[in-house]
Each structure stands twice: as structure tokens, then as C-alpha cells.
Ligand binder design. Structure first.
Ligand code: HAM
Length: 423
């Protein structure tokens, strides 16, 4: 029996990025980075391997069951991070006495989750994380959301394409308490309600019952879920509700960022992570064809839960998968490999060193130059570079060297300029 044939595809749910896939990825990463920098966020990074202990939290969260965990050769329990937030919390706790607060940090982090494969969900994705730690003002929520909206704008997407849905777990807690759900059942109730859309109502009722809710409380919870407007929420929570005032304040701030059209209250946004304590939000394409584009919220207790100082925090995660699907759907996803400024070729071995010096000269001027590795006929060179990927081309023959010039052809404009050949 021969060995099983080698399989060349990446493991299920993991992605390879060939050069032709990289323009799209660079466009998304570029918009993320540019928006973060425009809003004054500083970059940070960490290793993808994290201690399993940090990532395991109280039960109920889907993400904990999706962790890729392993033991190293010293029997340490480790894992590939499924999200960046615990790592950020750990890094901040480690320097809590020396960091100047509030801090605004961003990262583009590769994350791994053993997900059931579906459209928009893979087992590995890159996630832009934007977090503000050490600020309890609603201004922090507004900055994070406005920064994400700026990234969308840079990708050519506006309020006609994307809607940001906002809610507040603090408001939900007030409403649930009013509905007779005791506070120690709230966390499990949130996680059950977050499954709406994925599970049917009967299955959610089952989860609510498991969370400790009786039939009357379950009926009251569904009444809360039917709230459509802030006014309706106010009628149930009372006009003096602080969390309602907070949401109104956030919507007003977002209006001043020019984002009124893109943002809306939505009682159905709960989020599937346990650590959120205040405002929660998720962005969707307006036609609701795709999964959430980004999601986040306020998590004021995560750092103290990890044993660090109590620090208020708010942030979001914005993955590269759904946004790429949406951009492709709109015909806005760049295709092909990133362009190289100039191809440099030569006819015979005698022009190899002049061509090398020409490439060196271009590179010193900051232009990308792809120097041919062998002499070739002009037809072969121009056929190759004409297939795309280059803006300009230089091909050196004996005549050019005799005249001491290089002719730089613009491949799109089909124009030509001459420069002295560097000696
Ligand atoms: P999350 O909602 O689990 O939040 O993920 C945030 C975003 O990451 C999603 O909206 C989606 O764009 C992307 N994403 C998540 N899982 C996958 C997957 N399996 N495949 C493709 N894309 C995915 C968090 O992770 C929080 N830690 C975000 C956060 C940061 N909250 C505060 N700071």
C-alpha cells in the first residue's frame, strides 16, 4: 500500500493567502490602520499562543468551547487565542502601575476558533481590535464606533451599506429586573438571548428556563425583546433610567460625528461574550445578507476579574472575513497581487550589470524594481510584464548601453521617458 496522496489545501477553515489574494487583504488592513492612526490609537501586538487559563472563563460562552488548546512539551496548557481582549487585559494588568491612562490601543490580531463553518465564519480570521481603557465617559464608546465607521468610509462604505446597531446591557439589566428576572440570572439570560436567530424560540425558552427563569419571567423577557424604540424602552425602564440616558447621550455624540444615519438603537443586540457590562453594538450590512461586520462594547469588570485594578474599558473587534464578502458583493474588493513599480530586464549578459545598477538606482529612489534573473528577448520580457502587475518597465539592450540611457516605459499610458543609465 502506498502512502496516502499529499493534500495541498490548508486545513479546513484555515486560509492560504497567495500573492493574488493580498491586495484585498492589504486594502482592509490599510483602512483599519489608517483609521486607527487618524483617531490617535497606538499599535500593540502579542503572540497568538496564550495560556489556556486566561481564556477559559465561566461557562455559557460559545467561544470557550471553540478554543484550539494543546499542551506543550513541558505540559503547559496553552491555546491559540480565539480573541484578543483577554490578552489585552493581561498586558494592561501587567503594567497597570506604569501605563498612562486612558489608553487607546489597536491591533490586527489573527484569531482561531473551532467554529461550525458557515458563510462569514472561518476557523481562523484576522480581527482589528480597537480598545480604550481607563475611560468611563460615553465619549469612549463614541470614539471607538466613529473610528470603525471611518475604516468603513475608507473602504467606500457608508450608511447606505452598513448599519451600526446599539444597545446597552445595563439597560437590559434594568429591564430584566423590572420583568422579575433576578440579577444572578442576567448573565445566562443574555447568553440565551444572544442565540436568537441561531436557535428557534422554543430552544431559547429552554435555555431561559435553564438560566432559572419561570414561565412568567420568560414571557416578560419576550416583551422586553419586542421593544422597538428608546421611547418604548423608557416606558418600561422609567424616564430616569441612567442607562437610557447613557444611550441617548451616545446617539447624540454619534450624531455630532456625522453618524446619525448609520446608527440605530436595537434591543436585540446582546453579544455572545460574558464580559460586557454597558453599551454593546454590532454592525451589519443594510440588506442583512451577511453576518456581523464588527461587534464590541463596554467591559468594565474584565481587568478586575483577572485580578488587576478595576479599570473601565470599551472596544470592538472587526474581522476581515465578512467585510471582504461585503466589499466583493459591492464590486469594491481589489483583486490580483499588489502592483510593483517597475520591471527591469536586459537582452544579453553584457547588459546584466547595467540593468542591476538601474534597478539599484530605482530602489534607492524608493521605487520597487523587479530585476530579471536571466537575459531574455524583448518579446518575452514585454509579454511577461504586459500580463500585468507592473506600472513601468525598463529593458536594456546593447544600444541603450552604448547611448548610456535607460528608457522607462509607462505600461498603462504607453509613454516613454529616458534617464541616464547609472554608471
Ligand atoms: P466577537 O463578536 O466575538 O467579539 O468578534 C468580533 C468580530 O470578529 C465579528 O464581528 C466578526 O467580524 C469577527 N469574527 C469573529 N469570529 C469569527 C470567525 N470565526 N470567522 C470570521 N470572523 C470572525 C470579540 O472577539 C471581542 N473580543 C471584541 C472586543 C474587543 N470587545 C471589546 N474589545
Amino acid at each position: 500500500m502506498g502512502a496516502a496522496p499529499m493534500r495541498y489545501e490548508a486545513p479546513r477553515g484555515m486560509r492560504d493567502f497567495y500573492p493574488e489574494d493580498m491586495s484585498a487583504r492589504q486594502a482592509v488592513f490599510g483602512a483599519w490602520r489608517a483609521a486607527a492612526e487618524l483617531f490617535g490609537f497606538l499599535p500593540y501586538d502579542a503572540c497568538v499562543v496564550e495560556s489556556l487559563d486566561l481564556l477559559k472563563r465561566k461557562g455559557g460562552e460559545e467561544i470557550v468551547g471553540q478554543i484550539y488548546a494543546f499542551r506543550d512539551k513541558s505540559d503547559r496548557e496553552l491555546a491559540l487565542r480565539p480573541e484578543m481582549t483577554p490578552t489585552l487585559a493581561r498586558m494592561i494588568a501587567a503594567r497597570q502601575n506604569s501605563l498612562a491612562l486612558p489608553l487607546k490601543w489597536f491591533a490586527i490580531a489573527q484569531c482561531f476558533r473551532y467554529e461550525r463553518m458557515s458563510r462569514g465564519r472561518k476557523r481562523e480570521h484576522y480581527q482589528w481590535n480597537l480598545d480604550i481603557v481607563g475611560a468611563d465617559a460615553m465619549q469612549a464608546e463614541a470614539e471607538v464606533i466613529a473610528c470603525a465607521a471611518e475604516a468603513l468610509r475608507q473602504l467606500g462604505l457608508g450608511p447606505q451599506d452598513v448599519a451600526i446597531h446599539l444597545n446597552s446591557r445595563a439597560l437590559l439589566a434594568e429591564l430584566l429586573a423590572g420583568a422579575g428576572v433576578p440579577p444572578d440570572c442576567h448573565a445566562a439570560t443574555f447568553l440565551a438571548l444572544d442565540k436568537r436567530g441561531k436557535l428557534d424560540d422554543a430552544a431559547i425558552n429552554q435555555l431561559l428556563a435553564e438560566a432559572g427563569l419561570d414561565a412568567a419571567a420568560i414571557a416578560a423577557v419576550w416583551k422586553v425583546m419586542n421593544i422597538r424604540t428608546l421611547a418604548e424602552a423608557g416606558a418600561l425602564a422609567g424616564a430616569s433610567s441612567p442607562s437610557l440616558a447613557g444611550l441617548r447621550n451616545l446617539l447624540e455624540l454619534l450624531d455630532n460625528y456625522g453618524l446619525a444615519e448609520m446608527t440605530q438603537f436595537d434591543i436585540g443586540v446582546i453579544r455572545g461574550l460574558g464580559y460586557y457590562t454597558g453599551v454593546v453594538f454590532e454592525a451589519f450590512d443594510c440588506q442583512r445578507k451577511f453576518r456581523a461586520i464588527f461587534g464590541g462594547g463596554r467591559y468594565d469588570r474584565l481587568l478586575s476579574d483577572l485580578g488587576g485594578a478595576a479599570l473601565p474599558a470599551v472596544g470592538l473587534g472587526f474581522g476581515d472575513v465578512v467585510i471582504a464578502e461585503l466589499l466583493a458583493d459591492r464590486g469594491r474588493l481589489p483583486a490580483g497581487p499588489p502592483e510593483i513599480a517597475c520591471a527591469v530586464g536586459y537582452m544579453t549578459d553584457a547588459e546584466r550589470l547595467p540593468a542591476l545598477r538601474a534597478a539599484r538606482n530605482l530602489r534607492q529612489a524608493g521605487l520597487g524594481a523587479d530585476l530579471a534573473l536571466h537575459p531574455e528577448k524583448p518579446k518575452s520580457f514585454f509579454g511577461r510584464v504586459g500580463r500585468g502587475g507592473y506600472r513601468e518597465a525598463v529593458f536594456l539592450g546593447p544600444d541603450d548601453c552604448a547611448r548610456g540611457v535607460m528608457r522607462i516605459k509607462d505600461l498603462r499610458l504607453r509613454s516613454e521617458r529616458e534617464m541616464p543609465l547609472p554608471g
